[in-house]
Design a protein around this ligand. Structure first.
Ligand SMILES: [Zn+2]
Ligand SMILES: [Zn+2]
Ligand SMILES: [Zn+2]
Length: 321
């Protein structure tokens, strides 16, 4: 039953499954990050639905990835403090000679009408430089930039490009760009194994309604102890008390591209023989092979077929009511 890569449900905590179900419920299969410089990398949607702190969300997503329930893809790389890994950084330009941050950006401008050349320290967009000769506030078309450079207020040297440095707001470290580290930022989505598993769970949910509407209590992926003492896992186990006696129905779901191979009936029979339920149902989507149907008849296993889970569920309803 199932492929060897199928996640082991028993090892997955309820909290993790809850997350998966919530994601599926919302059709939210891609978990994208938000780079929040004051907090770090965040996944706001998961924080909200799981009521977790940002760092708890990151741990949860990583552990789900390690368990192959999610897969991650590189979303971005961000600059981080080499000491504390914070991304709460303030960039600054540094003097390449003495390392001081006390530097100026200078420009040599020319007032085109009168040819006056003068130096300005700052030139933010929309700010009009003033000609020192005639006091005119110059519009962009009235002057040109002849040169630009940087100057250190401490060692007084001039240079073309400042060294880029960062101040870490979290731990206070000042470091140069080349001393920084990169942090990978990931987005997450359901792994292929999980997508198959999720599809199966969705189908089981549809089938379960046939039982619940007939008054059964339903458990998914349930382990039952057989007479031999070994445990057997069934996709659905449905219970109902009738005339003070418990009725137990087990169901396994098999889905194939085409006809489901008859061997599934043999493996189900081995479990059924040990567990001795009141009824055993083999659901095959879209259909079970002729050999499988014959075996099921001999083994007293009910076969339910359907092109999809809904169709199978309506047949199942007639069988269990
Ligand atoms: Zn300097
Ligand atoms: Zn002028
Ligand atoms: Zn730091």
């Amino acid at each position: 039953m199932g492929s060897p890569t199928e996640p082991k449900v028993d090892e997955v905590s309820g909290r993790k499954l809850a997350l998966i179900f919530k994601l599926i419920g919302k059709g939210e299969l891609n978990i994208t990050p938000l780079i929040d410089h004051s907090v770090g990398v965040r996944y706001p949607y998961i924080e909200k639905v799981m009521e977790l702190k940002p760092e708890e969300v990151r741990e949860l997503l990583e552990s789900l990835t390690a368990e192959k329930l999610l897969k991650k893809s590189l979303y971005d790389k961000v600059f981080a403090c080499p000491k504390c890994a914070s991304i709460n950084l303030s960039p600054r330009g540094l003097c390449p000679y003495c390392g001081s941050f006390d530097i100026e950006k200078k420009r040599l401008l020319e007032h085109l009408r009168d040819g006056t050349k003068f130096v300005v320290n700052k030139l933010f967009e929309g700010v009009k430089p003033v000609c020192p000769r005639d006091g005119m506030e110059l519009e962009p078309h009235e002057y040109r930039v002849l040169a630009s450079w940087f100057e250190c207020n401490i060692c007084k040297r001039k240079f073309d490009t400042p060294e880029v440095g960062f101040h870490c707001i979290t731990c206070g470290l000042d470091f140069k760009a080349r001393e920084g580290e990169f942090l990978e930022v990931y987005s997450y989505s359901l792994s292929e194994e999980m997508s198959d598993y999720v599809e199966k769970l969705a189908n089981l949910k549809i089938l379960a309604e046939s039982f619940t509407s007939a008054g059964y209590n339903v458990r998914f992926i349930e382990n039952l102890e057989g007479l031999s003492g070994s445990m057997h896992k069934f996709d659905i186990v449905a219970y109902k008390i009738e005339k003070e006696k418990e009725i137990k129905v087990v169901l396994d779901l098999y889905k194939g591209e085409g006809e489901v191979d008859g061997s599934v009936v043999i493996s189900m029979f081995a479990k059924v023989l040990d567990v001795k339920p009141d009824k055993a149902v083999c659901v095959a989507i879209p259909s079970l092979s002729g050999v499988g149907k014959n075996l099921a008849k001999q083994y007293n296993i009910e076969v339910v077929e359907g092109s999809n889970a809904e169709e199978a569920a309506s047949t199942l309803s007639k069988l269990v009511r």
